[in-house]
Design a protein around this ligand. Structure first.
Ligand code: 2AM
Length: 467
């Protein structure tokens, strides 16, 4: 039997769909799963001349053309290591393992080093797009050696989604853990954007008392303009879905406790460790955590009365202002995420092209949006700039920031929590203010702890005898 071009281990939804995508593109693929029944069932349903399954790991490895290429799509964490350990004795020098799961980039760095010693190549490849993306075209963020990337670039280019110009949503991101890192930041940005959408929904619901399908219509309209994106599109669909069990809309029966798998938190922790400000993502993580405190919230809700709605802005005017506010908030969130990538790339020695990163996020992935095409062009000649200083962006910010300021004040005076929107604004205000209030912080630190301070008029470090 003819050997397969590539193999895939892990037949949960993402793995199964990615395997079908590869076979649909006429690359012969072998699949394997820890639990054999899954393989048998999958092959019974989807097997064909391009898609074959093996029950034994050694037969799976034997079925692959040399140098072997094996995609791992198993649960992130120790199961990845467990499989690598099982695989390596069966592999030869020059073979390649590609981890397509949501692995922590630090694990990817460790695995790259450990496998290199054995002569085995390793790529940590971010895959975004959920189940549908995996099947019809995900956005792919591969990191590792260029040599390893070149071994699979043909397949990755074929299976990826298409950007706005019809090119594949895949690019070589950089060495080592760079691919998984960029995927993590992608997920962090996703947390921020989703939180801002939820905050907008909350203002419509609690201040304007709109019903789910009315809010769905507003999001549908937002999705026709500069906010056009996958997340806005599916927001209107989620809000418009009638419940299948009871009268009314499904959204009103969904419990307000958000889950998380950890990539947003990793992004926030990494930003803290590297001392880069990433408040929108961090607040989005906190908002999910707060949502989990349902019982406490319920108790406290009984003690405190809600703010009375004051001076309502007419709905039509509000919709337009909020659209601008969301746009500015999203740009602020992107600015933070991109700045984090820039700083990390410099520290890790990765050459990450932010124009390319924006381009491969134009299609396939969860944050795909018209804004990304704008960022793709904006970064083309401005790799090292902060997003706020790129001319096309600053023009947009100058127009929309006043609306973000107005909306934040308005929502808060009406008792609506808008952590992501307000911190996106605060980040903008702080980053665009030459004179911060940290002179007072330094004065206080020097007062109680003799931490010293620098002066504006001369060099050196100073201490004052305050008492
Ligand atoms: P399973 O079907 O045998 O559970 C997503 O969970 C994928 O990762 C599945 O293919 C699952 O295999 C695999 N997986 C989860 N935990 C694993 C482990 N500890 N070792 C190997 N594979 C694992």
């Amino acid at each position: 039997m003819q050997k397969s071009e590539i193999g895939l281990i892990g037949l949960a939804t993402m793995g199964a769909n990615l395997a079908r995508n590869i076979a649909n593109n006429k690359f012969k693929i072998s699949v394997f799963n820890r639990t054999t029944e899954k393989t048998t069932k999958f092959i019974a349903e989807y097997g064909n001349e391009y898609l074959v399954g093996q029950e034994e790991l050694k037969d799976f490895v034997k079925s692959l053309k040399a140098p072997r290429k094996i995609i791992l799509l198993v649960k992130a964490g120790w199961p990845v290591d467990a499989f690598i350990d099982k695989l390596t004795p069966l592999l030869d020098k020059g073979d390649l393992i590609i981890d397509g799961g949501n692995s922590n980039y630090k694990d990817t760095q460790k695995r790259t080093t450990a496998l290199k010693e054995k002569g085995i190549e390793f790529l940590g490849c971010g895959v975004s797009g959920g189940e549908e993306g995996a099947l019809n075209g995900p956005s792919l963020m591969p990191g590792g050696s260029k040599k390893a990337y070149n071994k699979v670039s043909k397949i990755l280019n074929k299976i990826a989604a298409k950007d706005f110009n019809g090119n594949p949503c895949v690019t070589y991101i950089g060495n080592n853990g760079a691919g998984h890192y960029v995927k993590t930041v992608h997920n962090g940005i996703e947390y921020g954007v989703m939180q801002m959408i939820a905050e907008a929904y909350e203002i419509f619901r609690s201040v304007y008392k709109l019903k789910a399908p009315e809010i769905a219509k507003i999001f549908k309209n937002y999705n026709r303009g500069k906010l056009k994106s996958y997340l806005f599109e599916i927001t209107s669909e989620v809000l418009d879905r009638k419940d299948q069990y009871k009268k009314g809309y499904l959204i009103d029966y969904i419990l307000d406790k958000a889950g998380q798998k950890g990539t947003g938190r990793w992004t926030a922790i990494d930003a803290l460790e590297r001392a880069v400000a990433l408040p929108t993502v961090t607040e989005a993580v906190f908002a999910r955590i707060t949502s989990g405190e349902k019982d406490t919230r319920k108790r406290l809700n009984k003690i405190y009365s809600k703010a009375k709605v004051k001076n309502k802005i007419p709905l039509n005017k509000f919709i337009s202002k909020l659209g601008d506010a969301l746009y500015a908030g999203m740009l602020s969130s992107y600015a933070q995420g991109y700045h984090l990538i820039q700083k990390t790339a410099a520290e890790e020695g990765w050459e990450i092209d932010l124009s390319e990163v924006s381009r491969i996020w134009e299609g396939g992935c969860i944050i795909r949006a018209d804004i990304l095409n704008f960022l793709h062009k904006a970064y083309a000649k401005n790799q090292n700039k902060h997003l706020f200083e790129i001319k096309d962006i600053s023009n947009g910010m100058i127009k929309t920031i006043p609306k973000l300021r107005e909306i934040c004040g308005y929502a808060q005076s009406n008792g609506v929590a808008i952590p992501a929107l307000s911190t996106s604004l605060a980040y903008f205000e702080m980053m665009t203010n030459e004179n911060s209030s940290a002179n007072l912080i330094q004065g206080l630190r020097d007062y109680f702890g003799a931490h010293t301070y620098e002066r504006t008029d001369k060099k050196g470090s100073y201490h004052t005898e305050w008492n």
